[in-house]
Design a protein around this ligand. Structure first.
Ligand code: G6P
Length: 361
């Protein structure tokens, strides 16, 4: 396995930097000979017949599911709920008449998710989106969509997250097109995903700045916050999880507007607050939230799409389609977690108390 690391010091860094290649590979796997993204007719027909999509997952895959909700609701107008598997299994909400279940699982072996699948598989159509062909969740669901991310060895999931976002976008857009959704019909997703891949390479070329920020702003702190709204909030949740997992810095991902309703009490001198800004309609409000914490002593880092960047912003990110921003914003947060872990002298690839795949409930 060490050989597979090539010139990289850690699997996590290698897997992070494979993300552009993973997106291109996903495109090659899902494009047909006419250059159209395709999903099997059977999956599309069952989804079209459903009145609600239920996405069930754990950990990083759950965070990918949150982005999936936005994609499905925007591109298909099918209401979509996202649930943590360990909650859903024992406290199931009232289901609609014709639910369609999507299980997101890198490993395809997570016991919490399987336990839900076992309960619903006989009654409803199910699809597992996984990186692992032949895995338990893949075998036991009616359908499988593969992530094609290649083996993910670092415990902290990186490329599987972006792969899930890309495959969810493909499924949502192909479904939307077959439902004659106008936005889906005009969305050249293959082209937009290839722009994402190049955008990720631009971010990678500037990784030194994340190494610097991790050292200057985060590594000596006990607590940190990621804030954002909409898709940026969902990425904030994933970013905070990543920082916790491998650097042991306690970090919360918070809806930017909710900070003032409680957690702002925790802001002290030097508390890092990392703001994600990719959405025009909420930009000013989030900038206001940044000022609120700055005036209470926080060290604010902003990660902003280039079309909204000002002189004061810390990191400017390449512009991509507004539904695909999580694929770009997540990479700087992975770098910040990675370098913080290194600065603290920790085992990046094998953090304490965590397992790559959790097969107990
Ligand atoms: C474990 C891993 C996480 C992962 C979660 C769900 O807790 O440490 O990185 O996100 O399981 O795993 P899955 O394979 O179902 O995506």
């Amino acid at each position: 396995q060490d050989l597979e690391k090539g010139t990289y010091e850690h699997y996590m860094l290698k897997e992070m930097e494979e993300q552009p290649a993973v997106i291109r590979r996903i495109l090659s796997k899902y494009l047909d000979e006419h250059g159209n993204l395709t999903i099997s007719k059977e999956v599309l027909d069952q989804l079209k017949a459903s009145d609600r999509i239920y996405i069930v997952a754990c950990g990083t895959s759950y965070h990918a599911g949150l982005v999936g909700k936005k994609l499905f609701e925007t591109l298909t107008h099918i209401p979509t709920e996202v649930h943590i598997a360990s909650e859903f299994g024992y406290h199931m909400p009232l289901l609609t008449k014709s639910p369609f279940f999507i299980f997101l699982s890198q490993s395809g072996e997570t016991a919490d998710s399987r336990q839900v699948l076992v309960q619903v598989a006989d009654r409803y159509p199910t699809l597992t989106m996984t990186n692992t062909p032949g895995s338990t969740l893949s075998r036991e669901a009616s359908h499988t969509l593969l992530l094609h991310a290649g083996p993910e060895i670092a415990v902290a999931s990186t490329k599987a997250y972006t792969a899930q976002l890309a495959v969810l976008a493909i499924l949502a857009n192909v479904l939307g097109q077959s439902l004659q959704n106008e936005l889906a019909l005009s969305f050249d997703l293959a082209h937009e995903l290839s722009l994402v891949a190049s955008g990720l390479e631009e971010v990678m070329a500037e990784k030194g700045q994340f190494e610097e920020l991790a050292k200057e702003v985060i590594s000596d702190q006990a607590h940190a916050f990621y804030i954002g709204r909409g898709l940026d909030y969902y990425v904030a949740l994933e970013a905070a999880l990543k920082l916790k997992e491998i650097s042991y810095v306690h970090c919360e991902g918070y809806a930017a507007g909710e900070l003032k309703h409680g957690p702002i009490a925790l802001i002290e001198n030097e508390t890092p607050v990392i703001a994600l800004l990719t959405e025009a309609s909420t930009l000013d409000h989030t900038r206001g939230n940044m000022k609120e914490v700055e005036s209470r002593g926080a060290r604010v880092i902003s990660l902003v799409s280039e079309q909204y960047a000002t002189e004061q912003d810390t990191i400017v990110l390449p512009k991509v389609h507004s539904l695909l921003t999580p694929l770009i914003t997540v990479l700087p947060t992975q770098y910040l977690a990675y370098y913080t872990s290194l600065n603290r002298g920790l085992d990046v690839d094998k953090p304490r108390n965590l397992a790559k795949s959790v097969t107990v409930e």
